[in-house]
Structure formats: structure tokens, C-alpha cells
Design a protein around this ligand. Structure first.
Ligand SMILES: Cc1ncc(COP(=O)(O)O)c(C=O)c1O
Length: 316
């Protein structure tokens, strides 16, 4: 697979900015299995500014090609997705977006730059919620956008200046502190993530496990090619809302929480938490059932996490 070198272009004029990023009347193609807050922002805020969004399954690159229209300016994907851990082939998608002259933006929050570097697969911009692995300690909110092209970085810097929605110095300091231990934390997250996924996949109360590091994940080969680790985000099926509730009430080492990527293990229920805003119909359309539980495996002793999951699952 070829890896792209990010080209550095000179800063462009405000007129050219309009070309590079979407504005009123433009169309954006998005994955249909994104973090719930992303479609909420797109549909309930950005749509009022005249942007149009189409949601498709980006795990098949051909769907991306089919969805691109004359007024499409951007393709926005998350890989792996939240919570179903579906992957998108970034090399295949970027060869389409480059040919069609459309920007490819990738939410890389789940993998962090330690395990996946979308710019090297041809993406034009990468977004991370720094609230998660980059900060790593669940004590700061923030985000970063990493740009391959100078004109996009210039536009974002201008928007920050014009709108003022920027991180405080203290919040930035927290992220910089977290980044110093990113490699050490990610190695533990990955090691423990694999152990927890294997444990869950063999547990008789667990009906399915979604984790790209398992050999039976349908895109395991792509995961091995595109990522250098599998991370610690795992989703599993307990069979019903009742079962999910029972186990979530019993956990002691794992804390019930919507966030992810911190040193502590967080467990959540997508249907009533992160993906509640999608509504029942929206969740059903992409396969988010009431029995799904998502876990962000922390860096505690993995045996404590396994014992906790085991005792919580025995309540089902
Ligand atoms: C993949 C992904 N991207 C973005 C976000 C948004 O993060 P924040 O809480 O920093 O707004 C989340 C939050 O869970 C997420 O899972």
C-alpha cells in the first residue's frame, strides 16, 4: 500500500479558502456509525447553515465513490467507529477523494497517533478529541485538528481568532503533560485490550465481541495493515437492555461513564448514553442494539478488570 507524503502548499487567499472547506450549499459524505455527538452537530447545527450531509457505510470504499456529488467538498470518516468498531480503508478512500478533489477528514480519537496516522494514508485533516487518549487522565476537555495542507491550517487559525473557541493555556498544558506518557499508556491499553477482548469472546454470557484485534473481526487484515496496534476500545453484546443494565449496575473496578481513553476503565451503554440522540430508529439502522456495552480498558492491573467483568456478567 502506498503511503502519501503530506504536500506543503503555500498559504492561500480567502477566496481559495472557500474552495477547500465546505460552506453553504455544499455537501458532506459521512460515515453512518460515528460518535453520536458528530451527527448531532452536523444535523442540528451545521445543517442550519446550509450544509447537507449524507450518511453511508464507509467500510466499503465503493459507497464513498457513489455518494460523492458535484457539490461534495468533504468526506468525514471515523475508523474504527464508535461503538461498532468498523474500519474504513483509508488508502482506498483517499485515492477516491484525491481523484474527485474532495477533502478527507478522519476522526482518529480511538487509535491516537500512536496506533494510526491517517495523514500517511492520504487524509487531508485528522481530528482527535484530546479529552480521550491524548490527555489520558480524564481531567480536561479539548480537541485538535491536524492538517496536511497549509491553507486548511491557516483557515482554522483564522476561525479560532475570529470565533474565540479555543482551549485555555491550562487545558493545553494538561494535554501536553498527557502526551509525554502516550506511548507508555497506549502499550498497556493495547495489551490489556487484547486480553479483555479474548476473555469476553470466550465468555458464555457474551453473544458477540467487536474488536479489530480479534482474528474473527471481519476487517482484522485491514486493521493489521492500517494500524500498528488495536487499542483498548471494545464493544460487546449482552443480548438485551435488561442484561446490560444488570451487569452495568454490578461493576466495581470499571466506572460507568461516557468518556474513554483515560487511565481508568470506563464502561458505558451506547443506546442510552453516547448514541441516545440518534433515536431508536437511527440506532437500529446502524446496528446499535439495547444490549450493547462499550468498554474503554484502562491501565489498571488487567486481572482486576477481568475479575470485575466476570463477577458483573454473572448477574445476567
Ligand atoms: C470518536 C470520538 N470523537 C469525538 C468525540 C468528542 O469528544 P469530546 O468529548 O472531547 O467532545 C468522542 C467522544 O466520545 C468520540 O468518541
Amino acid at each position: 500500500m502506498p503511503r502519501w507524503k503530506a504536500e506543503s502548499r503555500p498559504a492561500c487567499s480567502p477566496a481559495e479558502w472557500q474552495q477547500s472547506t465546505p460552506s453553504s450549499g455544499d455537501h458532506v459524505v459521512c460515515g453512518n456509525d460515528l460518535y453520536g455527538g458528530t451527527p448531532r452537530l452536523f444535523n442540528q447545527v451545521m445543517a442550519d447553515f446550509g450544509l447537507e450531509f449524507t450518511y453511508i457505510d464507509t467500510s466499503d470504499a465503493k459507497n464513498v465513490e457513489r455518494a460523492i456529488r458535484k457539490n461534495t467538498r468533504m468526506v468525514y470518516v471515523e475508523t474504527p467507529t464508535n461503538p461498532l468498531m468498523r474500519l474504513s480503508d483509508l488508502a482506498a478512500i483517499s485515492s477516491i477523494t484525491r481523484r474527485k478533489k474532495v477533502s478527507l477528514v478522519v476522526d482518529n480519537t480511538f487509535m491516537s497517533p500512536y496506533f494510526q496516522q491517517p495523514l500517511s494514508w492520504g487524509a487531508d485533516m485528522v481530528v482527535h478529541s484530546t479529552t480521550k487518549f491524548l490527555n489520558g487522565h480524564s481531567d480536561g476537555l479539548g480537541g485538535v485538528v491536524v492538517c496536511a495542507h497549509q491553507q486548511d491550517a491557516d483557515k482554522l487559525a483564522f476561525l479560532q481568532k475570529a470565533s474565540g473557541a479555543i482551549l485555555s493555556p491550562f487545558e493545553c498544558w494538561l494535554v501536553l503533560r498527557g502526551v509525554k506518557t502516550l506511548a507508555a499508556r497506549m502499550d498497556i491499553h493495547d495489551r490489556s485490550g487484547r486480553k479483555v477482548a479474548e476473555f469476553l469472546s470466550q465468555h458464555r454470557k457474551v453473544l458477540a465481541v467487536f474488536y479489530p484485534g480479534l482474528p474473527d473481526h471481519p476487517q482484522h487484515a485491514l486493521a493489521k495493515r492500517q494500524m500498528t496496534g488495536f487499542g483498548s476500545m471494545i464493544t460487546f453484546e449482552t443480548g438485551s437492555l435488561k442484561n446490560a443494565n444488570k451487569m452495568l449496575k454490578r461493576v466495581r473496578v470499571c466506572s460507568l461513564g461516557e468518556s474513554l481513553g483515560g487511565v481508568e476503565t470506563l464502561i458505558s451503554h451506547p443506546a442510552t448514553m453516547t448514541h441516545a440522540a440518534l433515536g431508536e430508529k437511527g440506532r437500529k439502522a446502524i446496528g446499535i442494539t439495547d444490549g450493547l456495552v462499550r468498554i474503554s480498558v484502562g491501565i489498571e492491573d488487567v486481572d482486576d478488570i477481568l475479575d470485575d467483568l466476570n463477577q458483573a456478567l454473572s448477574a445476567i
